[in-house]
Design a binder for this molecule. Structure first.
Ligand code: FES
Length: 66
């Protein structure tokens, strides 16, 4: 499913970025281009991103390091 229409970023792209080691939203935006257009997808992109981190068991590591 498309998360970011402006940059054609899908939920799979976000999960792949997490698999490749992306651990914060800035990194995600830099790597995928997500939210670099109109920006209206940022909240949904965050939801998908944190869900992907939780699924991989990395959510607590990110929160603890913040
Ligand atoms: S929909 Fe993502 S930047 Fe516009």
């Amino acid at each position: 499913m498309y998360v970011c229409i402006c940059q054609s970023v899908t939920d799979s792209d976000i999960r792949e970025a997490v698999n490749e080691g992306v651990r914060d939203m800035r990194e995600l935006f830099d790597k995928t281009g997500c939210s670099t257009g109109c920006g209206c997808c940022a909240e949904f992109a965050g939801e998908v991103f944190f869900e992907a981190l939780r699924e991989q068991g990395n959510f607590l590591k990110v929160v603890q390091s913040a």
